[in-house]
Design a protein around this ligand. Structure first.
Ligand code: A3P
Ligand code: MG
Ligand code: MG
Length: 380
């Protein structure tokens, strides 16, 4: 009886050596040279229509159509239409990986390998937005995350679970915040047209169900990745005409009046913009700066690959290499922990600011996220 606890701790130590129980997030731990990141290749695309229905084509692709001269005051009113021309996506519907999985089943041939037991040639399948959250983790001090992981036929699937805090925030959003969210989409409408040579139509409805998503294949260190992400538009006159570098990410932010405000913007906001666009190889981010009345007072273009030059003068700023090294470490951690190939088994990786990443194991069906139809199609 006396031996039991000792036995138990010895066992835990043995399994610690194989798979650690937590992963640290401290930036200094990941302050090493930039890891290998293969140039992202676009494998395909799909669209989500006004009713949020999937289509395996580019019908929702829009074209970058900025006002004639980039400079001050294009005069866009981002509040226009908020009350009467806004169709909002139903955020209570949990889509999970469903649209991406549908694309995968419809494009299986180009993802196949020689290995019959592994139908997909990828270590990880996920949304770009989930990876963005992982990348920014070492510098995040507000929002935690929950990522569900299942290993199925040799591929690890990562799907986000909404945290309690995020659900509360979503349900208690102020009207001001709701309008600010609308304004981000309204900016897209002012900057995009439906045809390569068209002009934007700001009289239309803003419908946030609509999306054009690209599917990307790349490699981070030893991890091959397949992920999908929504892109705002393509520039038919891009200096880099091939996808995915032809896409332009549109963003809005409060107009800045001082170097201190710009420094804070680089530290806290630019990290998210950079991570979101760097992952899929989107080469440009166009910022619209909004004044207190909700109008755009200025536009500024950022080249994704040059953002590190803007921030490296500030020693207190985030480092791209830390973000990427942490992401590689997290994926390695997931590979070590999740080793049982079973689509019903879920490991829930959890992170809260100030803590390391930890996980829990769920054998019940409560957290299972790979749909039966997908498991069936990929089992044959
Ligand atoms: P901004 O980009 O101007 O902030 P995206 O930029 O990723 O294409 O998203 C378009 C808009 O959706 C954003 O505009 C913002 O208004 C809204 N949005 C996206 N993610 C959000 C989030 N996590 N919380 C609140 N709003 C979000
Ligand atoms: Mg977008
Ligand atoms: Mg955008």
């Amino acid at each position: 009886e006396d031996d039991a606890p000792r036995d138990c701790s010895a066992k835990r130590q043995r399994s610690d050596a194989k798979a650690p129980l937590t992963l640290p997030v401290t930036p200094s731990r990941y302050d090493a040279p930039f890891p290998f990141y293969r140039r992202p290749a676009q494998l395909g695309h799909f669209s989500l229509d006004a009713q949020r229905c999937y289509h395996g084509d580019a019908r929702r692709l829009r074209y970058y159509a900025p006002p004639p001269v980039e400079g001050p005051s294009p005069g866009f009113d981002l509040r226009d239409g908020y009350r009467d021309r806004y169709v909002k996506q139903d955020e209570t519907v949990r889509e999970g990986l469903e649209h991406l999985l549908r694309w995968i089943t419809q494009n299986r041939k180009q993802l196949q390998t020689e290995d019959k037991g592994r139908p997909l040639n990828a270590d990880f399948v996920t949304w770009r937005g989930h990876l963005t959250k992982v990348l920014t983790t070492p510098y995040e001090n507000q929002d935690g995350w929950l990522l569900a992981v299942s290993l199925f036929r040799g591929t690890l699937y990562i799907s986000e679970v909404e945290t309690e805090a995020a659900r509360r925030q979503r349900e208690q959003r102020t009207d001001l915040l709701k309008e600010l969210m609308y304004m981000g989409y309204k900016f897209e409408q002012y900057m995009c047209s439906d045809t390569p040579d068209g002009t934007p139509d700001p009289t239309g409805v803003v419908n946030t169900n609509e999306a054009f998503c690209i599917v990307i294949r790349t490699r981070l260190g030893t991890h091959s990745l397949l992920f999908s992400g929504e892109v705002d538009c393509t520039d038919p006159r891009s200096p880099w005409p091939d996808p995915p570098s032809c896409y332009v990410e549109l963003k809005t932010s409060k107009v800045m009046h001082s170097p201190a405000q710009r420094k804070s913007f680089y530290r806290h906001k630019m990290i998210k913009w950079w991570a979101q666009s760097f992952l899929p190889g989107v080469s440009r981010i166009v910022a619209g700066y909004r004044g207190p009345d909700g109008s755009i007072v200025e536009l500024e273009t950022f080249e994704t690959m040059k953002i590190f030059q803007l921030i490296r003068e500030d020693p207190g700023c985030w480092k791209p290499a830390v973000c990427m090294n942490f992401c590689a470490a997290f994926l390695g951690f997931v590979k070590k922990v999740v080793t049982e190939d079973n689509p019903k088994l879920v490991h829930l990786f959890a992170w809260e600011p100030g803590h390391p990443v930890s996980f829990t194991v769920h054998r019940d069906s409560e957290h299972t996220f790979l749909p039966d139809w997908y498991v069936e199609v990929l089992s044959n």
